[in-house]
Every structure is written in C-alpha cells, then in structure tokens.
Design a protein around this ligand. Sequence first.
Ligand code: HEC
Length: 153
Amino acid sequence: MKIKFIITCALAIVMASCGGEAKKETPAAKQQDSKVETEKVDPMTNKGVGPITSVTLGEIDNALVTEGETIFKAKCTACHKISKKFVGPALKGITERRTPEWIMNMALNPEEMVAKDPIAMQLLIEYNGAPMANQNLTEEEARALLEYFRTKK
Ligand code: HEC
C-alpha cells in the first residue's frame, strides 16, 4: 500500500515537470516580421538605383519640355501613354508619385531598377514581368523627359 502511494507520487512529479517545459522560440516568425519591415519604402524620398543621385528643379524650362516631348514620342510611346495604362503605367502625375532622381534612373537604368529598387520590383510584378526596355538615353535626354513629365500633372 505504501509502495503504491510512493509510485503514484513519483509519476505525478514526473508528469508535472514534463508539462512545465518552456516553450520554444520560433525564429521563422521573427524573420518574417523583419522582411515586411525592409520592404516599406517612401516613394517620395526613394531615389532609385542608377547614375542620378541629385536633381535640382527650377522654373519649368519650355525649350527642355519641347525636347522632352520629342524624345517621349520617339522612344517611349511604344509602351507608355500619358493618361492611360498601356504596356507600362500611365505617366500622368509621375512627378507627384516619384522623386526626380527615381524617374531619371528608371529611364536610364531600368534593368538594375527592376532588379534592386523595391518600387520598380513591385511594378514589374504588377506588369506581369514585362520589363521596361532600356532606350539607351543620355542623362541630358532623361532630364528633358523629366521636364516634360513636370508639365503632365
Ligand atoms: C518596351 C516597353 C517600354 C518602353 C519602350 C518604355 N517603357 Fe517605361 N515601363 C514599361 C513597363 C512595363 C513599366 C512597368 C515596370 C516594369 O514592368 O518594368 C515601365 C515603367 C516606367 C516608369 C515607372 C512608372 C511608375 O508608375 O512609377 C517610368 C517613369 C517609365 N517607365 C519611363 C519610361 C520612359 C521615359 C521611356 C522612354 C525613354 C520608357 N519608359 C520606355 C515599359 C516600357
């Protein structure tokens, strides 16, 4: 009788200690949180990836706008319209959605942009992986395009 009681007690102790084992950490859940964190970017401060690091804007330069419009018609209208989504996004109001540097880098360096810039990467997904073609522009041409876009709000 006494022995039975001792065994019962011993079993109870073993079971209690098993139940009290500490919960394990879940590193996978933690990793997911930080991934979401790094994907947040503010489009109005993001300058993109490419040769353009700083652009100073002044008053609208009408000669540059005309030049930009000519380049746009020759090299961009195969895929872009100003007010309608086409192969690529509508570009109306682009200067209100992106920084001048980002716009010029997208025009000059699309391959690296869609590979490394979070906003361009997202656009590539939205446009079903159809990549923006590099039109081999000079920085001056990209700047003229930017001036033209400034008039299309
Ligand atoms: C072959 C088609 C094609 C041509 C040509 C093209 N683009 Fe694009 N463009 C795209 C696509 C598609 C996207 C969306 C991102 C992606 O899928 O790569 C895009 C995205 C963009 C964006 C970002 C739009 C946004 O909403 O943020 C800008 C700016 C842009 N293009 C400017 C230009 C300019 C300037 C030219 C002419 C020099 C040009 N593109 C020529 C297909 C093209």
